[in-house]
Design a protein around this ligand. Structure first.
Ligand code: NI
Length: 137
């Protein structure tokens, strides 16, 4: 089994805010991320698939095709947009890195259809100090 990772980037705005809490509670839990007028991140997205190399190509998966899927399915939908307002698969969710990684996984998985190849990990780097990894469960 070989693990292949493709890296893509996007920029997006968001805020972390629980509408069921007071402004003070939001400030205590989310700090600057609860700022009313949004803030942004330069996200780095690592998508890993796993499988055995195809004898005809030597590839687990065509890395350019994987990049095209990520760009078409994810980056086009969220780059330079507002995660809270503009992204259909984040509607009604807190736009944490955790929830965004799960949303990205759910969007990508139906597009990884090659027999013997599985989506393995969505790693989302939000800042130089914080990243999350989701393995589908
Ligand atoms: Ni943030």
């Amino acid at each position: 089994m070989v693990y292949l990772t493709r890296v893509e980037h996007f920029n997006a705005a968001h805020k972390l805010y629980n509408n069921e809490w007071t402004a003070q509670q939001n400030k205590e839990v989310f700090g600057k991320c609860a700022n009313e007028n949004w803030h942004g991140h330069n996200y780095e997205l690592h998508v890993t698939v796993k499988g055995n190399p195809n004898p005809n190509t030597g590839f687990v998966y065509n890395a350019k095709v994987l990049g095209d899927i990520i760009k078409n399915v994810i980056v086009e939908k969220i780059d330079h947009l507002n995660l809270n307002l503009d992204v259909d698969f984040m509607t009604g969710k807190l736009t944490s890195a955790e929830n965004l990684a799960i949303g990205i996984w759910n969007e990508l998985q139906p597009h990884i259809t090659t027999e013997g190849v599985q989506l393995h990990c969505v790693k989302l780097i939000e800042t130089r100090n914080i990243y999350v990894e989701y393995y589908g469960a």
